[in-house]
Ligand binder design. Sequence first.
Ligand SMILES: Cc1ncc(COP(=O)(O)O)c(C/N=C2\CONC2=O)c1O
Length: 402
Amino acid sequence: MQYDFDEMIDRENTNSVSVDGWRARIFKRHQHEHFPFDDIGYIRMWVADMDFATPEVVLDAIRDRLNKRILGYTQVYEQKYYDVLQSWFQRRYGVTIDTSKMVFSPGVVPALKQLVPLIMKDDESILISTPSYTPFKVAGDYNQRRVLYSALVNHNGYYEMDFADLEAKIADPQNHISLFILCNPHNPTGRVWSEEELTRLAQICVKYDIWIIADEIHCDLLRSGLQHHSMANIMPDYQKLILCTAPSKTFNLAGNLVSHIFIRDSSVLARWKNRYADMHSPLSVAAAQAAYEKGEDWLEALKRYLDDNLAFMAEFVQTKLPLAKFTKPEATYLAWVDLTAYQQRLGEAEGWAFFFAKNAGVVLEDGPMFVDNGQGFVRLNIACPRSVLGKALERMAEALID
Ligand SMILES: Cc1ncc(COP(=O)(O)O)c(C/N=C2\CONC2=O)c1O
């Protein structure tokens, strides 16, 4: 089947965070200022949802559910939902999910905030790899837990965990680290961790008896030919493993607010169920099931389109932004680009995000927005029609080079 990822879809007047939320979220104290591109228009490459239509099979499932005309209180009773989920993860990743250990959350980010107090004492700390998706740090801040960082090592665009540093920090009794939040695949560097890397990390966590929350939300969005290794298979019997996944990144369903959290420890699972609501939108349940049941063909076509967008971007950077360093990510639709060599262009601008919004009309996120270890970088969401990507890159090059 053919899918049109080149289609331009108007997201104005849809209460879209991507369209209407960037001034307040990125440029807080500048949000009421006039920006030079206000009359021309911005190209949005910041928050991680896609400018592609949600798969038609998902939209059809929502329409079908609407046609049942009563949208009452909803929980997931039908075994078909669980069967579809089990089939997806078994077929694609060799993971046998235990749906008796599964709870729903409106998002992985709220789940992180809700899990921390269930598994950590007040004086214990969280360890994250940096650069990091900021909500990993927020999950600690929100719960008044210290958050410590272990910097990923950048080997010319290929990031690796520093296991000596990880172990030293976890082993240090002063740190009281009891939780490591793993991003697998990694946002923003795009790494797909190997079995060896994940096994080494698992050995350290087991050795010091700490919790791991494995956030695998990007697991379906790998470059063609690469394989996701789930922590569920690396640590098949570890009770202190919690796995987070969702259809939201994969099928452009971030607004659907359905995520699946797998909690092996029965006491934590019971406390989650006692504390947190388990009602859902009937439309969201229908959408999530249809995505995993009928969305695979669309996903494989999406992956090919994203592969080609990244190849296009790599070619552009090599020829028109020669001082930039860009390595195609192994996963996600997020391009992590080192612009350090253009630093002198920044002048008075307050970082690259401000510079490109003002001088290129491109809304992106920059390194300091990823907790630490990201200075000089920008992150571009390239899940958009190729014509839009090309226009954004042209504007950025013009702002940098002119
Ligand atoms: C690693 C990771 N976990 C969780 C989420 C969000 O999960 P949710 O709460 O939506 O279920 C994201 C989305 N990443 C985003 C969203 O916008 N910018 C990003 O980098 C993510 O990258």
